[in-house]
Design a protein around this ligand. Structure first.
Ligand code: UD1
Ligand code: CA
Length: 469
């Protein structure tokens, strides 16, 4: 069989055992929703137009989350079982070529690797059998469908937990729910699945017996690594799977030359990239689409979300960076916050308790202590004094602050936007700046200091004797 591959991902169920208002496949592990992990694996063996996701509970949200992947959807309005879910894909898949394969994946089994699915597909492509199922052996098979083999070791049937006799319940080989079928055979026989079982559902697992009764052989791909096919049913399993994803990611990065101190404490999402010889300290979180260069430090307890960090950047502990770009050799933190949409140029320095929002900080510029820089464009080699605040909001609208190259902003200055400081200009400490400052000028906007000589002595003389004030 050498036809092309179609994938159906079952993701319509609510997942009652999650005890959640949210559909199970929308819960997150390893930084992605469960169903996204499965879609990514599917796209390794089939083009997006041949991947169909069955949606039901919160279908609109699931379809929105998956829209960027370009996959197709089939709605299952009433969840009447895994067999019924596949039936809902008839329009999307049944017309495929007679030689094509149909792979079934579950939206709640996100640990499955692309390598395993590829193996499944290759085995089925090389065989004349009706299909192949992935199984594994568990110490505690409770809740899973049991795989029944005949004396020759061939699969006979899959029996669900609820329908098991005590003898069948003792079988420890379980159905992963992941199969590859000869597509045409599925559509010829799927209508024969009934609901004669304790749950009254259409069980996809019944197709094995149905095809066997038609004289077709069915084979097994047994996995030694049970974790790969672990289905998530509860939040306890969700946490376990999240831990496995984090371990996988940390191991992959360490093997590629990243130092991770206390790797069991860090959270690095599946999509994150990190360059060689970067050091990631304990409890750091690298989230979303973050890309980090080589020779960086990500300080303890720092959080970097969907940001691009170039080579040699030093992020000191307890720093937050959100959707920002940081160029090479910049230094940020400790205790700094780059809120969103910032661009920090090469070699710039951001110190403790400095917040940036929608701000560009030029190469070599410094803001070392206690500042808020919002909606600002700051040139190169600027010195922003401690306590500088850009007043970017007038109660209705946001306004911009522009600071030219080489400017010096004295400590505790208040820059009332819109405002511009020219190149090489100076602002005296404690100023409130409301008007443009020309290049090279000094602006001082504060009450002039008044000194009253011998004032204390005069005050004392006025006080009545014996006053305690
Ligand atoms: C299923 C298998 C069981 C296997 C186990 C592995 C059947 C009958 N049983 O049981 O043999 O050991 O998976 O994890 O197939 N879904 C739909 N529509 C439905 C029902 C389910 O889309 O009407 C989706 C769910 O969203 C989920 C997946 O199918 O992603 C599996 O459903 P679930 O109810 O968890 O099946 P299990 O009882 O775990
Ligand atoms: Ca399940």
């Amino acid at each position: 069989m050498s036809g092309s591959v179609h994938v159906v991902i079952l993701a319509a169920g609510l997942g009652t055992r999650m005890r959640s208002k949210k559909a199970k496949v929308l819960h997150r592990a390893g930084g992605l929703t469960l169903v996204e992990h499965v879609v990514r694996v599917a796209l390794e063996v089939a083009p997006p137009g041949q991947v169909t996701v069955v949606t039901g509970h919160q279908a609109d949200i699931v379809e929105q989350v998956l829209a960027p992947y370009g996959v197709r959807f089939a709605r299952q309005t009433e969840q009447r079982g895994t067999g019924h879910a596949v039936m809902c894909c008839r329009d999307a898949v049944a017309g495929a070529g007679p030689e094509d394969l149909l792979v079934i994946l579950y939206g709640d089994s996100p640990l499955l690797s692309a390598a395993t699915v590829r193996r499944l597909v290759e085995r089925q492509q090389a065989s004349q059998d009706a299909g192949i199922v992935i199984t594994t052996t568990l110490d505690d098979p409770t809740g899973y469908g049991r795989v029944l083999r005949d004396s020759a070791g061939h699969i006979q049937a899959i029996v669900e937990q609820k329908a098991c006799t005590p003898e069948q319940a003792a079988v420890r080989e379980i159905n992963s729910g992941i199969y590859a079928f000869r597509n045409a055979l599925v559509w010829r026989h799927i209508g024969e699945i009934g609901t004669n079982n304790p749950a009254g559902e259409y069980y996809l697992t019944d197709i094995v017996e149905i095809l066997r009764a038609q004289g077709h052989a069915f084979s097994i791909l047994h996995l030694d690594d049970a974790a790969e096919v672990m289905g998530i049913n509860t939040r306890v399993e969700l946490a376990l799977v999240d831990r496995i994803f984090r371990e996988r990611k940390a191991t992959e990065l360490m093997l590629a030359g990243v130092t991770i101190v206390k790797p069991e404490t860090v959270t690095i999402d599946t999509g994150v990239e990190v360059g060689q010889d970067t050091v990631i300290e304990p409890f750091a979180q690298l989230l979303g689409t973050t890309v980090i260069g080589s020779d960086c430090r990500i300080g303890a307890c720092s959080i970097v979300d969907s940001s691009a960090i170039a080579d040699g950047v030093d992020i000191a502990p307890f720093t937050m960076v959100g959707t920002s770009t940081v160029e090479s050799n910049a230094h940020i933190g400790p205790y700094a916050r780059l809120r969103m949409d910032n661009h920090v140029e090469a070699g710039a320095h951001i110190g403790n308790f400095v917040e940036l929002k929608k701000t560009r900080l030029g190469a070599g510029s410094k803001s070392m202590h206690l500042a808020y820089l919002g909606d600002s464009v700051i040139g190169r080699k600027v010195n922003v004094g401690a306590g500088t605040i850009t007043c970017n909001y007038d109660g209705r609208k946001k306004h911009q602050t522009r600071i030219g190259d080489g400017a010096f902003v004295g400590s505790n200055s208040t820059l009332v936007a819109p405002v511009e400081l020219g190149e090489g200009s100076y602002v005296g400490a404690g100023s409130v700046i409301t008007h443009q400052v020309p290049p090279e000028a000094l602006a001082v906007g504060r009450g002039r200091q008044v000194v009253k000589e011998r004032w204390a002595a005069r005050r004392k003389a006025k006080e009545p004797a014996g006053s305690t004030k």
